[in-house]
Structure formats: C-alpha cells, structure tokens
Design a protein around this ligand. Structure first.
Ligand code: CUA
Length: 190
C-alpha cells in the first residue's frame, strides 16, 4: 500500500522536527561550552576585569606628575608594596627593562604618550591596553624568577614590530636586597 500524500507530509514534518531539535541541542551545548570556558579562564588564569577609569593629560606627561622620567621604574614602598610605573610611546617602553620580584604582588601603573599600545608580559596574566589619556592599573604576581619578554601587542604604527622590552623577575630576597625604599629600579644598562 503506498502512503497517502497526507501521510508523506506528516513524516516529513517529523523529520524536520527531529532535525531542529538536534540542532537546538548542539547550539545549546556550544553555548554551555563557551560559558564554561569563560568561567574556567576567569578562575584558573585569573583574567582581570578592566581597571577603573583614571585619566591623565598625555601632553604634560613628561613635564610634571607621576610619569616624569625619574619617577619611572620599580619602587619598593615603605609599606613593602612593589609598584612599577612605565610609559609606552612610539616605539619603545620606558624603562625598556623592568625589575620585579618573584612571588610578591606587583602593581603596575602605565600609560601612553601618543597612540594606543598594548602591554603584555609573556607567560603571565599581565595584559592591558595602554591608551593615551588613561592610566592602566593592575596587580599581578610573577611565579618564577627569570627573564620575560614584554612586547607591544597592539598595532601602533610602522615601528610596532620592533616595540618590546624585557622584564627581569628576581628571586624575592635578591630583589629586596637591591631595592631600597624610595629609589627607582630598572634593569636598563647604563
Ligand atoms: Cu606600540 Cu605596537
């Protein structure tokens, strides 16, 4: 007995329903996987939320205030807090080499004098954009002593690929022995 046209229509509706349900399940699984990845990276790699908004006039950076040249580099505060100040400009970081301790929280304060630059320290979660007019602040911790690279990761002009610096992570005792409260430290050869 051949199926009537009504029966054929019914069967194709059932096939379409099944296919739609299958795809709905696949899409829900993909969304669930993406959410799980966000939660995992957030917790496991301590992805940082954007820092709060703090502005600065990029035209007077070199002249006065926090980011004048002799205020850049690493400082050990009287309270034992380690702070690094740096600026990015086409096409270098100042200072070119940062000294930081291993295993101790380090707070970075950085900005740009000209265009948008990127700041990242390889194999760490230190990763921000440096935007002229804004101060980027974050605190991170370097687990292992050693040398890290600090490339600019935001296209900032023809010299972008040559824009990078170094980060020297010293064992905490060595850092503390070198750092004296109030002095700016860096590993730029003099
Ligand atoms: Cu600075 Cu790319």
């Amino acid at each position: 007995m051949t199926p009537t046209s009504a029966e054929t229509a019914h069967a194709s509706v059932a096939v379409a329903d099944a296919a739609e349900r299958r795809w709905a399940i696949i899409v829900m699984l993909i969304i669930a996987m993406l959410l799980a990845m966000m939660v995992f990276t957030g917790l496991h790699w301590a992805s940082m939320p954007p820092s709060r908004v703090e502005t600065i006039d990029p035209r007077t950076l070199h002249v006065s205030g926090e980011f004048v040249e002799n205020n850049l580099g690493t400082t050990l505060g009287a309270d034992g807090k380690v702070m690094v100040r740096l600026i990015a400009q086409q096409y270098s970081f100042e200072p070119q080499c940062l000294v930081v301790p291993a295993g101790i929280p380090v707070t970075f304060r950085a900005t740009s004098t000209d265009v948008v630059h990127g700041f990242v320290v390889d194999k760490t979660n230190a990763n921000v954009m440096l935007i002229p007019g804004f101060i980027a602040t974050f605190t991170t911790r370097f687990d292992k002593a050693g040398e890290r690279l600090m490339p600019c990761h935001e296209y900032c002009g023809t010299g972008h690929e040559a824009m990078w610096g170094r980060v020297q992570v010293l064992p905490a005792e060595e850092f503390m022995a070198k750092a004296r409260s109030g002095e700016r430290g860096s590993c730029v050869p003099r």
